[in-house]
Design a protein around this ligand. Sequence first.
Ligand code: PMV
Length: 296
Amino acid sequence: MTSAHGKVILLGEHSVVYGRPALAAAISPGAEAAARDGDGASLTVAPWSTTFRAGDGSDLGRALDALAGSFATSDFHLDATLHLPGGGGLGSSAALGVACARALAELRGLALDDARLLDAALAWERVFHGTPSGVDHTLAALGGIGVFVKGEGLRPLRACPRLRLCIGDTGERGSTKEMVGAVAAAYARRPEATAKTFDAVASLVRNGALAVEAGDLRGLGELMNLNQALLASLMVSTERIEDLCRAARAAGANGAKLTGAGGGGCVIAVAGEREAEVLAAWRALGAKAVAVEVGA
Ligand code: PMV
């Protein structure tokens, strides 16, 4: 059985697509997979109990094709377990891709260094996201917590005290491709103003890395609130996301924001001592809510 991490973007989604840094952390477990010989390329995903096949027209079918191409092999079956909500902004597709790539390489006795694993996972992710920044599959493969820059990779933070986060699921699902497209449209309409927004997010990310290294949860929370306002100005927030962010702050969280592409998905909050209150406030709004330690 091989495994891979999920991820949360603490600060910097969307602007990371435009070369600005993002502060991201792994969450575990993300996904697990095991491979055996099969007929064609296929994948069964628990807990959905659904089987996908290369050539079946589904995104996962296309991702299997990409995986088979990356390792120049066919006739395998993968059994995977996803421990994250699908499409919720927690890097579920990347976690599946990395766990499956590891399982397939193990089955075929292929040496898999980080570079080859990241290449295979990027080919998988392109099926779902078009032109991903790479933050999801890099965190899925490498874990930890750090500053990610497209084309440069992940710089792990120098020091990282324990960091606990509350994660609330809005129950809504946005499409990452559509959200990334909406930001691209905003950028095309108002390039200067949108670039300024990206630059503002970049400075939040730089300060956020320092705040996490210093264990300054209050500072991190304030930066998250500012990032959320900028994400809303890019039109990737929703009423439900705003409701959950407001509820977290009212329950005593230092800060809250969406994580991932937005348009739905999950919200994160830094709650410190008020973790139980934040989780209760979200559950009262009908959201699934958990507290996790990130950066494994
Ligand atoms: O929704 P997710 O978990 O796939 O995160 C997308 C993050 C974006 O910055 C919006 C896109 C990207 O490729 O980095």
